[in-house]
Design a protein around this ligand. Structure first.
Ligand code: URA
Length: 196
């Protein structure tokens, strides 16, 4: 079976995933996207509100920051495989708004089978963990971003080296323009390093 067909088959299986309760509140599974022979795989935490509705990873505000960082680092988004450690949106309601909630370790572990399948099929040379939850999905243990960012770490769970960096939404959380620009530059520098 071709790589593309294997990926499509896993995607169909993931659409029916009931391995943790998150499917109940989500619109759909947001499976990874990108070339099935990508050298670089970027892994986020989980789809957000926009991604849950659209069914595609990184199409909301965090996705726009990621696009900016990719552009600064000279990486064409269409050459990268983008996915998440958890593929259903976790949230709580505040009035009519769905507020993002960080997935638990149990939810990340339950969802790891899809990430494992994506990595096994795409066989990226380097995987980037965007933020601490993605790092947990990829490394299997809590990994603080501060002391580890920009480093290539060995994963006992995945065959490829993992570079840990911040999540694009951390750029959005910076209040000052200068700090935002600096956080964006630092994220872009980590992506450049991973792609090199
Ligand atoms: N944040 C993530 O971690 N992943 C997405 O797909 C969107 C926002």
């Amino acid at each position: 079976m071709s790589v593309g067909k294997r990926l499509a088959e896993v995607r169909r299986e993931a659409e029916r995933c009931r391995a943790c309760p998150l499917w109940k509140g989500a619109t759909q599974t947001v499976f990874g996207e990108g070339p099935d022979d990508a050298r670089l795989m970027l892994v986020g935490e989980q789809p957000g509100d926009r991604e849950d509705i659209a069914g595609h990873p990184f199409v909301g505000p965090a996705g726009r920051i990621l696009d900016e960082a990719l552009e600064i680092s000279g990486i064409d988004r269409s050459t990268v495989y983008l996915t998440n450690g958890v593929e259903h949106f976790k949230y709580r309601m505040r009035g009519k708004r769905r507020i993002h909630q960080r997935p638990s370790a149990g939810e990340a572990t339950a969802c790891r089978r899809w990430l494992e399948a994506e990595v096994a099929i795409v066989e990226p040379e380097v995987i980037v963990a965007l933020g601490a939850t993605a790092a947990y999905s990829l490394l299997g243990h809590a990994t603080p971003i501060g002391p580890n960012r920009g480093r290539l770490l060995d994963s006992e769970l995945f065959g490829a080296p993992v570079l840990v960096t911040t999540h694009p939404s951390s750029v959005l959380r910076e209040r000052e323009r200068e700090a935002r620009q600096e956080a964006l530059r630092a994220l872009a520098a980590d992506l450049s390093r991973a792609s090199a």
